[in-house]
Design a protein around this ligand. Structure first.
Ligand code: F3S
Length: 754
């Protein structure tokens, strides 16, 4: 089997140190680890020169691509239009998002296999045709599988999922991108990224007690907020970093996505070496060992970090307390000892109804084993478990090993349901059976996101994020404000008992084991495979290229919606039940912006159609405008498009003839996705101008005939009373991105210029 592409790795490590040495010669200074990896992956070595962080766009050549099933459909539909015989770099597809968690792994998997058959068959045949590794349903969650099989120190990868940076735990620059970016890499073209700023994070001390790596990132989220990492790489270092396991580091890097960071990464250390060896990659471990000198920053950087990073954050691990972040946003950081006061003060529902363990963030063997050590205490100390417990193992290798080591049976002894090795409730694929959807209720998860409605679609669910061990403790106690370090619990005989600190093993003592990994390796010579798409399919639809810009001014466009408050990609293109249409642009466009709040009436999915002055669903109004040949505008607040990498959030408005998104600010991946799909992503030069936008306005964008980098555009609002407001808008388009806009999309542009 061709995991993990040893040929590519041999050639990578054969030249890696040499490439870094050349970078050092040109830069003439010590290098951070991120710089070593970034500069060693320039698309064209002739372009080696110092790039300005946060300013210059740079062309890179990533080593591999990973795609999950919900985003792979659109990515591969685009790849199929590129006319290539096979992918240019190693790539993999992971069937993890489309499995509904309901009754348990066996039932749910077989149901998913039949209900998603068409999509799985499509992904499998495209993978075979174009030389892509295929991980079938039940094989595991993309980021856990990548960490176990593909991630390697010093490497660079892109993935069509926002938590791709999980592989940073292994020292990879791993970046979440939209499908169009992935297609650039898959077709061997340069992949463009703005040279990120670098935030150094020095970890000192050691975690202890109930604190876990998850709490490190939950703490940092409280410090930096969901925008704090925008266009930045967080590079961890320090003695404390060495005390964290590779999977713990992956958890920290995973949730760097919640900071809006480009990615996060840890330098290579003994833990990296051990993880590679324990997961059967001794050969790669040996190659990495030989390159170890350049798999971390230069010593001078660590000695004087302020000089080399744009910002340095100090985190003392021994002071970190278990956190419970939420509800509704992952940066609402609360040390568990403060929940007793904060919960009632904010009117949180204090009863925990469900605890959910797993997800790409926290489903390693170490996570399972520490959580199981808490569950075992409930059994041994005769403590009733008050809340429902759900477990999603991260991969078949983890599940098989945890089953062999009686970890899963310990969970089952307290009534936990073991779901498939898949995303499940983390992406809204959860058929939750609850008595009353109107009641405010709390759930605790070891996931990474807690946006309203994300897990179960219920706006009344308050989701909080913690470590797996804290999640289990709170599920046992049935309360949000239970502090396992200080509070007692009543056993079944009415005695007060305490939980001991969790303990767990980083690696299984008998080694990892697995029966069928659920993997089909890429095969040679499969070009004759026919990838059929039924024209009457509801799930898959061939993509038609978007129209090029006709060169005319964008004038007098109605406001489709003025969004108020947070607007993540979940709000723009909801997941859950809509995941099934991820390969069908027309059908999925019916969910456009249905979760966004209309600033004019405070309602969701209820906006004014200016053609007949009635209120309808956002997609219905957009379709009406489109049918009349009218483009429209979306107006939004801060960090628009925060969250996932799903490009549907950009393709849907594009498909429904939205021409411009005018926001106070954008999340990085989404801004790029809008550009790639030929949209105008503009920001208010003065954020106060957001307040000038009225419901019946006609919006014009002036200056497009001279559209150029760093040149502002002008927006006019023609109000219903005949008055006009006029103000400036900023953009971050470079010359190439302006060409994408003119061509109608990046894909159109590259096809026209082949
Ligand atoms: Fe899956 Fe993403 Fe969650 S990969 S487990 S949905 S954060």
């Amino acid at each position: 089997m061709n995991i993990p592409d040893n040929d590519m790795l041999h050639s990578f490590y054969a030249s890696y140190s040499e490439r870094v040495e050349r970078v050092k010669e040109v830069m003439k200074r010590p290098l951070t680890y991120a710089e070593k990896v970034l500069y060693a992956h320039l698309y064209d070595a002739a372009e080696l020169k110092p790039y300005r962080r946060g300013v210059d766009y740079v062309n890179f050549r990533p080593d591999r691509v990973a795609m999950q099933d919900a985003t792979a459909q659109m990515a591969l539909l685009q790849f199929m239009n590129a006319g290539k015989e096979q992918v240019a770099v190693p790539a993999s597809v992971h069937c993890d998002h489309l499995i509904m968690a309901e009754l348990g792994a066996g039932h749910d998997l077989s149901k998913a296999r039949s209900s998603n058959r068409e999509v799985y068959d499509f992904l499998k045949s495209v993978s075979r045709k174009y030389h892509i590794g295929f991980w079938g349903p039940g094989a595991g969650i993309i980021h856990q599988v990548v960490l176990e099989n593909y991630a390697f120190p010093g490497g660079m990868m892109v993935g069509t999922d926002s938590h791709t940076p999980n592989a940073g735990g292994m020292g990879m620059v791993a970046v979440g991108v939209g499908g169009a970016d992935a297609v650039d890499v898959l077709t061997g073209q340069p992949w463009e990224l703005k040279m990120p700023r670098l935030i150094g994070v020095r970890l000192t001390g050691k975690l202890s007690g109930w604190a876990s790596p998850k709490d490190v990132i939950l703490h940092i989220l409280g410090l930096l907020t969901v925008k704090g990492g925008t266009n930045a790489i967080l590079e961890y270092f320090g003695e404390g970093a060495k005390s964290v396991s590779t999977t713990g580091k992956a958890t920290i890097c995973n949730m760097g996505a919640e900071l809006g960071a480009t990615c996060s990464l840890f330098p290579y250390d003994d833990n990296t070496d051990e993880y590679l060896c324990k997961t059967g990659r001794e050969e790669i471990a040996a190659m990495a060992r030989r390159n170890a000198r350049h798999l971390s920053a230069d010593a001078a950087v660590y000695a004087d970090p302020e000089k080399y990073y744009d910002e340095v954050l100090e985190v003392e691990l021994s002071k970190i307390e278990p956190h419970l972040n939420g509800p509704f946003t992952p940066d609402a950081a609360t040390p568990i000892s403060q929940m007793k006061a904060k919960g009632p003060a904010n009117d949180y529902p204090m009863k925990v109804e469900v605890g959910l363990i797993g997800s790409c963030t926290n489903s390693s063997y170490q996570d399972m084993s520490r959580a199981a050590s808490v569950v075992r205490q409930a059994i041994e100390k005769n403590i009733p478990v008050k809340a429902e417990l759900i477990v999603n193992p991260g991969s078949e290798q983890i599940r098989y090993t945890a089953e062999r080591d009686c970890i899963l049976s310990d969970f089952e002894k307290v009534g936990a349901t073991v779901m498939a090795n898949a995303c499940g409730p983390c992406i809204g694929q959860w058929k939750r059976h609850t008595d009353d959807n109107q009641r405010k209720n709390a759930i605790v998860t070891s996931f990474n996101r807690n946006f309203r409605r994300r897990a179960d679609g219920n706006p009344n669910t308050y989701a909080f994020i913690g470590s797996p061990e804290l999640t289990v403790a709170l599920a046992i106690a049935g309360r949000l404000d239970f502090n396992p370090a200080t509070d007692g619990l009543l056993d079944r005989d009415g005695n007060t008992v305490f939980l001991d600190e969790p303990s767990g093993l980083t690696f299984p003592p008998k080694g990892f084991a697995v029966g069928d990994k659920g993997f089909i390796a890429p095969a040679e010579g499969q070009q004759d495979i026919e990838v059929a798409i039924d024209p009457s399919s509801e799930r898959l639809q061939k993509l038609e290229p978007f129209e090029a810009w006709n060169g005319e001014a964008l004038e007098d466009m109605p406001v489709l919606i003025k969004v108020q408050g947070k607007c993540t990609t979940d709000h723009i293109s909801m997941a859950g039940p809509w995941l099934k249409y991820r390969g069908h642009l027309q059908n999925i466009s019916d969910n456009l912006l249905m979760g966004a709040v209309n600033a004019f009436n405070g309602e969701t999915d209820y906006v004014k159609d200016q053609l007949d002055a009635t209120y309808k669903k956002v997609s219905t109004v957009a379709k009406d405008y489109k049918a009349h040949g009218i483009g429209s505008v979306v107006v939004a607040e801060e960090n628009y498009g925060e969250g996932s990498s799903r490009e549907h959030a950009a393709m849907e408005p594009r498909y429904l003839n939205v021409k411009v998104v005018l926001a106070k600010s954008f999340a990085r991946i989404h801004e790029t996705n809008l550009k790639k799909q030929g949209m105008l992503a503009l920001t208010f030069a003065d954020k106060a101008d957001y307040d000038k936008v009225q419901e019946d306005d006609k919006v014009s964008v002036l200056g497009l005939e001279h559209f150029a980098p760093n040149e502002q555009l002008v927006i006019t609002l023609r109000h219903a009373d005949g008055t006009v407001d006029r103000f400036k808008a900023n953009h971050t388009y470079n010359e190439l991105q302006i060409e994408w806009f003119k061509a109608g999309s990046a894909l159109n542009y590259s096809k026209n210029n082949r």
